[in-house]
Design a protein around this ligand. Sequence first.
Ligand SMILES: NC(=O)c1ccc[n+]([C@@H]2O[C@H](COP(=O)([O-])OP(=O)(O)OC[C@H]3O[C@@H](n4cnc5c(N)ncnc54)[C@H](OP(=O)(O)O)[C@@H]3O)[C@@H](O)[C@H]2O)c1
Length: 266
Amino acid sequence: MAGTGGIEAQHVNVLPPTIADLSDEDLIGLYTAGAGEPWLRVNFVATLDGSASAGGLSGSLGGDDDLRVFDLLRRVADVVLVAAGTVRDEGYGPMVLHDADVTWRRAHGKPDHPVFAIVTGSLSLDPSSRVFTEAPVRPIVLTSASVSAAASARGRALAEVADVVACSAHSDPDSVDVGLVRRALAERGLGTIHCEGGPSFLGALIAADAVDELTLTIDPSLEGGAGPRIASGASPELRRMRPVHVLRGAGDVLLTRYVRARSSIE
Ligand SMILES: NC(=O)c1ccc[n+]([C@@H]2O[C@H](COP(=O)([O-])OP(=O)(O)OC[C@H]3O[C@@H](n4cnc5c(N)ncnc54)[C@H](OP(=O)(O)O)[C@@H]3O)[C@@H](O)[C@H]2O)c1
């Protein structure tokens, strides 16, 4: 049979199950099965040709089911971890969940909202922004020892509205050690870490071998331009991941869940 219609007819059964058939509880079960504590999950969307943005932002990628999973992953998180570039570029507001998420969290003994944690080397964050002034839970700013609260005017200003935490190795007080970021959150009882990017930060997490899970939505489009990959940086070696599930969402997106190959999740 000629044409794409023939291709669909012959191969329809190899497509993964559709997300529309799954309840929120089904999805939460699929996305949390086997996760350890602490556990660092990173969530991204990318085009077929590997771009993490279209027109400079990721918002036009993914569609409704990507948003559905995005919200459910926030729902189950103790902390939402985002690097400052993404907070600035994507215009993040305060970390306030929807009513249904709050209801679920109360029923599961969790605080109403996850903590918003922001990673920055420069502390170029506005203490008067809604991220801080309308935060339902005091945010955490993770930075280097050399600019942290006591060490700079910016740090002192941010310490008025957030916990400013130094995460530097003794040998390198000017850099943020992402392994220490993960540890600092876990030590505060924030063991389920949901990271929303961005690419520079994911590159640093990969280099530190700190990624337990990647949930990647593949948007069926070709960007063809200069969009960034989902990770940038210098990782010394390949970090092998293993697929746990693939689902199909509205608009033919694929919603994938990969865990670090060493993980015992089946
Ligand atoms: N497709 C997706 O799912 C997705 C997800 C997220 C973001 N994005 C896109 O990614 C773009 C932003 O990219 P980006 O690479 O600039 O994002 P990024 O990683 O969010 O931000 C980079 C900034 O975060 C801080 N940072 C990151 N890693 C650090 C480290 N190891 N140590 C200290 N500070 C660190 C620094 O902040 P300071 O400058 O304050 O020091 C750095 O300039 C946006 O266009 C956004 O739309 C796409």
